[in-house]
Write a new protein. Structure first.
Length: 122
């Protein structure tokens, strides 16, 4: 009887750790300009970002008004210091448009590299 309780406790702890390994991370993004990501234009406004896993490869869902606008591969890039606040990085194209390349979640010691070439390396 005692052995089965111990076994059940161990299984319970393992399930908790497994659930934590796949916990969904969230962030927010406020855009003041049009940005493109994988051919989709993100217009100015507030967005939510959600991604699963600890990396290095994750899929980021970009939502606006609780609807998925884009779902893109990303690579988690760790850093020594925490990001001050939510932010993003862009690249200017030859035609003057801007591409969303990175997301920096506030308070976290990592960023999400949203470039396809970087995500494909792993």
């Amino acid at each position: 009887m005692k052995l089965s309780r111990i076994a059940m406790s161990v299984v319970g702890v393992m399930l908790l750790y497994a659930a934590g390994a796949f916990a969904q991370e969230k962030g927010s993004l406020s855009l003041t300009e049009n940005l493109t990501i994988q051919g989709k234009v993100l217009t100015p406004g507030k967005y939510k970002l959600e991604w699963n896993g600890k990396g290095p490869n994750v899929t980021v869902n970009i939502l606006r008004d609780n609807e998925t606008v884009a779902s893109v591969p990303a690579t988690i890039v760790t850093s020594a210091t925490a990001n001050y606040g939510d932010g993003y990085g862009t690249r200017k194209e030859a035609d003057g448009s801007k591409v969303l390349e990175a997301y920096y979640p506030g308070g976290k010691k990592f960023s999400l590299d949203l470039t396809q070439s970087q995500a494909a390396k792993y």
